[in-house]
Design a protein around this ligand. Structure first.
Ligand SMILES: Cc1cc2nc3c(=O)[nH]c(=O)nc-3n(C[C@H](O)[C@H](O)[C@H](O)COP(=O)(O)O)c2cc1C
Length: 344
């Protein structure tokens, strides 16, 4: 049985204060490139009405030049509170992009200092900033001076096991003006492998005055509670646990607020949610949305008995109607499988 200690309950019952922004939820939906677009956020928002949502990361230089990236920053007033995440290594470009992001409606500006992808680290962005703390400080300071909203940082515990510098790095970001820090409990070399090392999150939490949000392996209510108890963090951020499961942030939020364990969605609920997600991607992105929907559909049916042939078909859809037909057919099959036996 999952339960919260009274000390933790007391701590979590307070709003989360990020500089001038007050949040009434301590569960956050992480930025996920290729995932946290308007369609996905609309579903997360339904179950988590007060949680902070994040856009996919936006390259600061791209914001100035590419129309495509302006689409990433396309946010709706109903989505608030929402943060726009930026990445780059040039403070002046970051500041210019941050001003645009605020004009687009960002409640906070988050700076990505954790992305492990070579294409980004080679250019000095993402997790490579862990090895360039002076540049990271300059970015935070310049952006904080440029915008009237809080600036936050999302980073990892270090570059690799030989260079774990989370505590010192986090202190420097706080001193430079960061108003909240989210820590993914893995090194850059770990990528997404191996368990998240929450003990480092506890050390960073103990060292900072600003809120510290725990990230990594928060994939259930139980994991969130365990992490909060072990780290003393001010909140949790959900990531891969939300792929094909936009209910997660809301479920954890409900439990932290009420102590009541949420009722898990049924397979039919998941299929209906997948259908709605497909429809939203079609509405917002047209044909490109159909292609993007394929991976989402596969995530929704992960773990379903005999899902392989359905997954294969869903991964080949070219029209929204093909997807609807497959998902509607699956709803029918699931309902028949689960129909209780009624003797006549
Ligand atoms: C598909 C995918 C896309 C991601 N995109 C971003 C991103 O745009 N910005 C970011 O800060 N982190 C990004 N991340 C990292 C996650 O936000 C998170 O830090 C990481 O997955 C650890 O949490 P988890 O173990 O719960 O998945 C991404 C991760 C995945 C799997």
């Amino acid at each position: 049985m999952v339960s919260l200690s009274s000390a933790l309950q007391q701590h979590l019952s307070q709003p989360l204060i990020i500089g001038s922004v007050t949040l009434h939820s301590r569960v956050l939906q992480s930025p996920l490139s290729g995932v946290t677009d308007r369609a996905f956020r609309q579903l997360v928002r339904r179950y988590a009405p007060t949680s902070m949502l994040y856009t996919e990361m936006v390259q600061a230089t791209g914001v100035c030049h590419a129309q495509q990236l302006e689409k990433i920053m396309d946010i709706d007033a109903a989505e608030q509170p929402i943060s726009i995440q930026l990445f780059d290594c040039r403070p002046d470009f970051m500041a210019a992009a941050a001003r645009k992001a605020v004009a687009a409606g960002a409640k906070t500006i988050d700076i990505n200092m954790g992305c492990p992808v070579n294409k980004i680290t080679k250019k000095g962005g993402g997790s490579s900033l862990l090895r360039e703390p002076e540049v990271a400080e300059a970015i935070v300071r310049t952006v904080a001076e440029a915008v009237p909203v809080p600036v936050t940082v999302k980073t990892r515990i270090g570059w690799d096991d030989q260079q774990i510098n989370a505590v010192e790095f986090a202190r420097r970001m706080e001193a430079a003006g960061a108003q909240m820090l989210t820590l993914h409990g893995r090194t850059r070399s770990q990528g997404y492998h191996g368990p998240a090392r929450w003990e480092w999150i506890a050390k960073v939490k103990a060292a900072l005055d600003i809120p510290v949000i725990a990230n990594g392996d928060i994939d259930s209510v139980a994991a969130a509670v365990r992490c909060l108890e072990q780290t003393g963090a001010d909140g949790v951020m959900c990531s891969r646990g939300t792929l094909g499961y936009p209910f997660l942030v809301g479920e954890i939020d409900q439990f932290l607020k009420t102590g009541i364990m949420p009722i898990a969605p049924t397979p039919v609920d998941l299929l209906r949610c997948a259908r709605e997600h497909l429809g939203l991607l079609w509405r917002y992105k047209g044909q490109k949305g159909i292609h993007q929907a394929r991976k989402h559909m596969a995530w929704y049916i992960k773990g379903f008995e005999g899902a392989a042939p359905l997954r294969q078909k869903l991964c080949q859809i070219t029209t929204v109607d093909e997807g609807y037909d497959l998902l509607d057919g699956a709803v029918l099959t699931v309902k028949l499988q689960y129909r209780p036996f009624c003797p006549t």
